[in-house]
Each structure stands twice: as C-alpha cells, then as structure tokens.
Ligand binder design. Sequence first.
Ligand code: FAD
Length: 349
Amino acid sequence: MCESSPTKRARLSLIKPIIKGIGSILIVILLPGCEVSFYKTFRGDTMGTYYRVVGQCRDSLTYQLLESELLSLTSVLSNYDEASEISSVNRSESIGEWVPAHETLVTVLVAAQQISEQTNGAFDVTVAPLVELWGFGVKDVTQPPSTESIKQELRRVNYRLLELDENNNTLRKLSNIKLDLSGIGKGYGVDHLAEVLDNQRCTDFLIDIGGEIRVQGHNALSNSWRVGIEVPDGTGQSEVFLSLSSGALATSGSYRNYRVFDEKSYPHVIDPRSGYPTSHNLTAVTVYRSTATEADALATALFVMGFDEALEFAESNDVAVALTTWDADSEKHGASYSTAMKALINEGN
Ligand code: FAD
C-alpha cells in the first residue's frame, strides 16, 4: 500500500533536517506513488541575468539540456548578440518584402503584437530606436536625447509597421523599423523551459529567469510554490505572498534599471507614444497570467500606462496585478492590488 498524505508529511519532516546539511541542491522526498523522486536545482546565467530551475522529473533533466535550449533561444532573440536572428532582422534594409524568419522569432513577435493590440500600443517591440536613444540598449549614452531626435525616431516606432505570416514563418517591415525583445524575451524563455521540462516529464517545477517566474505543481514539501511580491523599498523584504500551483508572475519596474541625466532619473521603460521614459509614481507592476510571455509583456505595458490606467485595464480585463508606488510628499511606498490579485493573495495567506 502507498502511504497517505499525512504520513508522507510526517516522513518529510523527518527527512528535512537530514538534507539540510547537504545543502539545497538536491531535495529527496517520497511521492504518493511510492517511488523515490528528486527535486533538483539548476542555476546559471542567461539573457544578461540569472536563471534558476527547480524541478522534479521522471526523465533526466541536465545542465547540458537547459543551457543548450537557452543558448539556442538567445541566438534567435538577443539584441545583445550581433550574430542573432533579431540583430540580422534589425540590420536588414529590405522594406516592403516578405522575408523568411526563424519560427521562434515569428512566434514571439506574434505574441508581442497581440499585447500591443490589447494595450493600445503601450507595449511595442518597435521601441528599439528610442531604447537606444535613451541609452538602454547595447550602447550607453552620456546625454539625454534632443527633442528633435526623439521626434525623428518616433516616426519608425509603431508595431503596425511590422507584418507577420505565422503560416509561412515570414515577416515584412513596412518602414526602417528596429525590434527590441527585452520586454518579452525572458518571459518567453521561461515558457520555453516549461515545455522542455514537460517533455522531460517534470510534474512539479519552478522556473525563474531574472525574476520572471512560472510554476507547476508543488514544491519539495508538497506545498504550493510560495512566491513573494516585493515592495521596492530597498529592504528586499516581500510584502505579500502568493501560493501558486500553476501560472506565471512577471514584474516591470523603474527601481533597478534607470539613467540619471542632470540629476533627473529616467527609467528604462519607454512610452512608445511619446518617445519619453515613463514618468509617474509607479515603481513596479507585477502581473500574474497563465504564461510568462504574456505576464512579462503585460507588466511592461501596464508600467507604461501608469497607476490609474493600469488599474483600470486590470479591472476591465480581469487581470491579477500588484502596483507599487512612491509618494514623494510623504516619502512612502504604497501597494495596491486589482480584485483578481486580492483573491490570489487571500488564497496564499
Ligand atoms: P521589462 O519591463 O520586462 O522590459 C523592459 C525593457 O523592454 C527595456 O529595457 C527595453 O529594452 C524594452 N522596452 C522599453 N519600453 C518598452 C515598451 N514600451 N514596449 C516594449 N518593450 C519596451 N542584457 C544585458 O545586459 N546583456 C545581455 O547579454 C542580455 N541578453 C539578453 C538576451 C535576451 C534574449 C533578452 C530577452 C534580454 C537580454 N538582455 C541582456 C536584457 C536584460 O535581460 C534586460 O534588462 C531585460 O530583458 C529587461 O527586463 P526587465 O524585467 O528589467 O524589464
């Protein structure tokens, strides 16, 4: 007979002190199916940040597999790699002609355009010329751009200037546009790894690329994955926790990546409609969706919108969103949650 869940938990509490000494790399638990299974943790670097995968799999999951999948993704999606597919699309001078593109690139761009449509252009991967102008691309800048240069670059920023044909894996630029996938690529990477883990028959996992997270099933103690939403007050302490057994969380914020020109701070999220970095009291937006691709892009879009528009969007589209703010007068951080996010928080506390 297989043991029941309470017995299993009792046994888990016995196992925990033993494995503590070994470290957190390998956690051994007994599953209801009476087989010994393993939670393994993998950590490394990718996409200019870290990745972390914790999973329990029936087939073998190795560093070699994860790293080769991440490498092949970045060879398509990275603006930081001159040899990547996206860099070659950006260099291409072919305008008005359909050109073949990597299937992964077309898939990511289709997802990006759906979010652009949904958010009325607040999310827009053709924002690349403005990202570069403000010094958030591969090259740094020492001066803020002139109003004239912003106006000029704005003419080639519009997601409608890119056409995609998913059936034939082709794309067509309607103007001299440039694409930046930093607002969606990490989320897509997380979803891609989730597929890899599914193929390796991983029943339970947590995948994290630079703070974009996706979970499935349970952690090594047979509980839902517990994920904190941080209030960016510099303490690193989380304000609220969610208990999740599926879905993805992604955050966009102004507190980690910004430039200072003439003592004024400019965050890296740019409003593609005005050409300027966002300027409002939002410090971070965290979005929960079923996929990390959508959560990642939506978090960026909602950050562009600002507090009122973002909350209105979340309520009318039933999106779980946490918004953190900074009030300069009282010098205090605040946090607000959409109705769907409040429900998730209540389940988790
Ligand atoms: P998010 O809010 O998720 O994205 C913000 C970023 O999206 C901005 O920095 C800008 O690039 C872009 N953006 C700004 N405004 C908008 C808008 N309105 N709509 C759409 N996009 C917008 N960084 C390195 O330093 N070195 C690397 O080698 C490197 N490699 C990478 C490879 C890949 C495949 C990807 C996807 C990213 C890579 N990065 C690299 C970028 C780095 O990880 C970024 O800092 C990160 O993607 C931004 O994520 P975020 O969560 O901070 O912000």
